[in-house]
Design a protein around this ligand. Structure first.
Ligand SMILES: O=C(O)CCC(=O)C(=O)O
Ligand SMILES: [Fe+2]
Length: 176
């Protein structure tokens, strides 16, 4: 964990405001989310080790449950005082190839930044998770609406997605 946290500090100046939507449709809408992100680029051993660990989970899910997950994409996320991510599902309009969402918390904020996951098709809360260093959360990307409540203390995490291949006519669906 501490190596991933150290990696965050290393790339701290390069975190940027997160977009919503895919590729050219990327829009920055700070009424929806205010976190800053940094997509993994394999530029550190910590990132490589994390990606290897997630590859292990991906192949296990495929072997045991025939999930057909073809890759994993992830980014660091940093929330500072007042940053939030309003209710959403982790799938983009038109193309929903995200199957499972993972969130690994890298630090333990004393206050704020809870993850609230809602029951499917309901306004009732399924679970509220206080970020704790080392906790890995995994849920179905399209089934669970969720939100991040405003941060008080700095909050570092890795958000990632196991994806299925929705390529059409041999055009590989690009990441993000
Ligand atoms: O950081 C979290 O607890 C969840 C983040 C999230 O929902 C996302 O990045 O899509
Ligand atoms: Fe999300």
């Amino acid at each position: 964990m501490s190596d991933l946290m150290a990696d965050c500090y290393r790339i701290n100046p390069h975190f940027s405001l997160a977009g919503i939507g895919r590729l050219n449709n990327q829009q920055i809408d700070s009424t929806i989310r205010k976190d800053k992100t940094y997509w993994f680029d394999g530029s550190s051993q910590a990132q490589k080790n994390y990606q290897t660990a997630m590859e292990g989970i991906r192949t296990t899910l495929n072997r045991c449950f025939f999930m057909g997950l073809f890759d994993y994409e992830c980014h660091y996320a940093k929330y500072t005082l007042g940053d939030f991510y309003k209710k959403h599902v982790d799938a983009f309009k038109g193309r929903s190839n995200r199957v499972f969402t993972t969130v690994l918390y890298l630090n333990t904020p004393q206050q704020g930044g809870e993850l609230v996951i809602y029951k499917p098709k309901s306004k009732d809360i399924e679970i509220t998770i206080r970020p704790t260093a080392g906790t890995l959360v995994l849920f179905e990307s399209e089934r669970f609406v969720h939100e991040v409540l405003p941060a008080v203390d700095e909050r570092y995490s890795i958000a990632g997605w196991f994806r299925k291949n929705t390529s059409i006519s041999g055009i590989i669906d690009p990441p993000r």
